[in-house]
Design a protein around this ligand. Structure first.
Ligand SMILES: Nc1ncnc2c1ncn2[C@@H]1O[C@H](COP(=O)(O)OP(=O)(O)OP(=O)(O)O)[C@@H](O)[C@H]1O
Ligand SMILES: [Mg+2]
Length: 253
């Protein structure tokens, strides 16, 4: 693997020394990580560790206090509105709560980004929506209201909305939280299948170890504002780092 990582063509996103505070609360205190093209990169950490804050900095919803977020070698921290507009076309985010629009039906939700960000014609959009829903196992529910869906269906519709845009990178915030074990496993398999089928680089933040161990290529532990371990599944599982051990074994404070 390349030593001069910024030059390594395998690295799609590299974060260096990323910092973010809210007043006195120093949430990110020098995060470093490297995501290779096509992989599934998972950031684990306890509730409140700053996982969602990290993701929001990466997709431009929060502005870092310092550090660099290199995407294809370009620093997004310094990017202006025009560059962010282009970068956002490559990114799709599946938010923690799904963030679906209750006032729109399922089909309109999945079509939302396509209508806003592409010049696609209405019949092309309809076909793309149909395909995306079919990929997540929800054929023909375009006309349902969001209020008529279960939690697991909402997650899948949110995933369909993300993949409809054929993103280069898909970001998932807690994709399995609040789901029953079978639906969690279904979503895990879906994430893996989407990664393999679409080739989208996948970034997940979660505290679900089962998800991480079943789909992760690289696992990273966020603790005290830093990534304290970045490793493959087996190395992570066996790590002797006390914070990681405690997390993996679920030992109480
Ligand atoms: N917009 C904000 N303004 C002020 N503080 C914030 C903001 N967003 C997050 N925080 C703080 O940042 C810290 C990390 O929050 P974050 O949501 O990233 O945690 P998390 O790791 O995603 O937790 P969970 O697993 O519960 O989702 C918390 O202390 C939170 O209060
Ligand atoms: Mg969170």
């Amino acid at each position: 693997m390349g030593k001069n990582t910024s030059m390594d063509p395998e690295i799609l996103i590299e974060i260096e020394g990323l910092k973010k505070s809210f007043g006195e609360n120093r949430v990110l205190d020098g995060v470093n990580l490297k995501i290779r093209e096509g992989e599934i990169y998972i950031v684990l950490g306890r509730s409140g560790a700053g996982k969602s804050v990290l993701l929001k900095n990466m997709v431009g919803l929060l502005k870092p206090d310092g550090g660099r977020i290199l995407y294809r070698g370009r620093d997004l921290v310094k990017a202006g509105d025009d560059e962010w507009k282009r970068v956002r076309r490559d990114f799709a985010v599946v938010f923690q709560q799904g963030a679906l629009f209750d006032s729109l039906n399922v089909g309109e939700n999945v079509a939302f980004g396509l209508r806003r960000m592409t010049g696609m014609k209405e019949d092309e959009i309809r076909e793309r929506v149909r395909q995306a829903l079919s990929l997540v196992g929800l054929e023909g529910i375009e006309n349902l209201r969001i209020s008529q869906l279960s939690g697991g269906m909402k997650k899948r519709v949110a995933i369909a909305r993300a993949i409809a845009l054929s993103p280069k990178v898909i970001f998932y915030d807690e994709p399995t939280t609040g789901l029953d074990p079978i639906m969690s496993a279904t979503i895990s398999q879906l994430i893996l299948r989407m990664n393999r089928q679409l080739g989208s680089t996948t970034f997940i933040i979660t505290h679900d170890l089962k998800l991480a161990f079943s789909v992760g290529y690289t696992l990273a532990m966020l603790h005290d504002g830093k990534i304290i371990l970045e490793a493959g599944v087996e190395e992570f599982r066996k790590s002797s780092h006390p914070v990681v051990r405690k997390f993996v074994e679920g030992i109480p404070d």
